[in-house]
Design a protein around this ligand. Structure first.
Ligand code: GLY
Ligand code: MN
Ligand code: MN
Length: 486
């Protein structure tokens, strides 16, 4: 990486134009400083169109406004996190900010300012284009010469359909402001400090919970983006199948890297750390170390999702025979998980309880475990006591959207204890996991883990499997792999 030049030990003359973020003072002559101020073309973009989701973001802000009349609402995007010195971790704007604006830039803040008893004025506070007169453009670590061109406030107003102001003035304005205020916490320490004396944790949490609940039912734009995420993810899974021989020669990392390439080329990133779990690693639910061997004869549990450029993520799992053919026992376990998933998917429909698809899948798995002699019957008793959970381990699914575990703080009555509605998107992902050291099951079961996970949209009359393009039955998986490896 390039580093700015350190200052001479005893700089003579005027102070440097601006201190760099990490404290280094470049030695800058007056003549160079003058020279750098001018000779730059006007690059203002004058024919921009609003972003595709501008109408939806406006509607979401209006819903929020109606819920909190007369209150100032502050929704930060978040800040960069330093990795070391002047190097930062990659930035991902807060879900709340992205949902309400469509913008993804760091340090930005959405403020809904009450306009009397009803209604709010929404303003996006953003870092404007770099000043070239004072040298910030090329001497500041966040100057555009270093980090790239930003949108002007005028450009941003067109893109996001709301007036835009300089975010560097926001903290002082918030400090000076009076009246009730709420802030989404956890993203911007500077803004939270400015509001310390004006907010309470409880009221702020109500704001966060409301926005989480707002996101439960997806609009047409969101469903389109989720479909794009799923389609890219399906291509990423195909990429992986094509390089399984290279993974066998190296490690699970080859699978992670292969999927990541697809995610970065077609989307923004992966929506969560890819789980590339070969052999017994498949029994570790969040295996993201991905440093293990990939062996012919074992299964590969691949749980991965592309996040689109608009930040919607897929969440798909397939459990594949590395050599292309399931063994008899692998197939028996796989087919049981498939049957459980079928029962789960069938229970996804409007009016059904959120818990129904979990219960349906668990019942099938418990029945098989009893049938195989691993779990003592009767099935009803095992289900009542949850005894099958030694091998089923986790919930059968969750909402999906901007976050992989979406709407996580929505009110229990509307999510976990709630009823499914058209427009909700959720995963159905039963699994069976026999730990390598589980001496309660026959030896041949140990180290086998199977999960099948699809992304399901609740429709007016049932559901649609957004990830149906990827095969699910054991025989379809084998045929698909054989075709890809030809
Ligand atoms: N990848 C995490 C999950 O499936 O929920
Ligand atoms: Mn998953
Ligand atoms: Mn999931």
């Amino acid at each position: 990486m390039t580093e700015q030049q350190p200052a001479p030990e005893n700089p003579e003359g005027d102070e440097p134009i601006k201190q760099r973020k990490n404290g280094l003072y470049p030695g800058v002559s007056d003549e160079l400083a003058e020279n750098m101020k001018s000779g730059w073309a006007d690059t203002e973009l004058r024919d921009l169109q609003p972003i595709a989701q501008a109408q939806e973001t406006a509607r979401r802000r209006a819903e929020l406004s109606a819920r909190f009349p007369g209150e100032r609402l502050v929704i930060p995007a978040g800040n960069l996190k330093t990795r070391s010195n002047d190097t930062e971790y990659s930035f991902r704007a807060s879900t709340e900010y992205v949902y309400l604006t469509g913008d993804q830039t760091q340090d930005s803040v959405l403020v809904l300012e009450p306009t009397g008893a009803e209604g709010h004025k929404a303003t996006l506070y953003l870092l404007p284009r770099s000043n070239r007169e004072n040298g910030e453009f090329w001497l500041d670590g966040m100057g555009e010469l270093w980090v790239g061109r930003r949108h002007s406030l005028t450009e941003a107003a067109t893109l996001y359909g709301a007036p835009c102001e300089d975010v560097r003035e926001l903290a002082d304005a918030l400090r000076a402001a009076t009246g009730p205020v709420r802030c989404v916490r956890g993203h911007d320490a500077g803004i939270e400090t400015a509001l310390t004396d004006k907010v309470t944790a409880e009221r702020d949490e109500e704001l966060r919970v409301f926005i989480s609940g707002q996101r439960l039912v997806k609009d047409a734009f969101e469903i389109g983006e989720l479909q794009k995420a799923v389609d890219s993810t399906a291509r990423g899974f195909e990429d992986v199948v094509k390089v399984l021989d290279k993974a066998e020669a190296t490690s699970e990392r080859y699978i992670e890297g292969t999927f990541f390439l697809r995610a970065r080329v077609e989307g923004n990133d992966v929506g969560y750390g890819s789980i590339c779990a070969a052999g017994p690693h498949a029994t570790t639910l969040h295996w993201v170390r991905n440093d293990g061997q990939v062996r012919s004869g074992d299964l590969l549990l691949l749980d991965a999702g592309v996040e689109t450029t608009t930040l919607y993520t897929a969440d798909i799992t397939r459990t594949l025979p590395i050599n292309g053919t399931y063994s008899e026992l692998q197939r028996k376990i796989y087919d049981a998980v498939y049957d459980a998933q079928e029962a789960g998917i069938a229970a996804v429909k409007p009016g059904a309880k959120f818990r129904d698809f979990h219960d349906a899948a668990q019942r099938v798995l418990a029945e098989r475990l009893v049938e195989w002699g691993l779990l003592e019957g009767p099935v009803e008793r095992a289900l009542e006591l949850g005894l099958q959970r030694r091998w089923t381990l986790h919930g059968t699914g969750h909402m999906l959207g901007l976050d992989v575990h979406d709407c996580a703080v929505a009110r229990t009555e509307t999510y976990v204890d709630g009823v499914l509605e058209p427009g909700m998107v959720l995963t159905v992902e039963p699994g069976l996991y026999f730990q390598a050291d589980d001496v309660t099951v026959p030896e041949e079961y140990r180290g086998i883990g199977v999960r099948i996970e699809d992304d399901i949209l609740v429709t007016e009359d049932g559901n649609r499997n957004l990830s149906a393009a990827l095969p699910r039955t054991s025989t379809d998986v084998e045929a698909w792999m054989a075709n890809l490896k030809r």
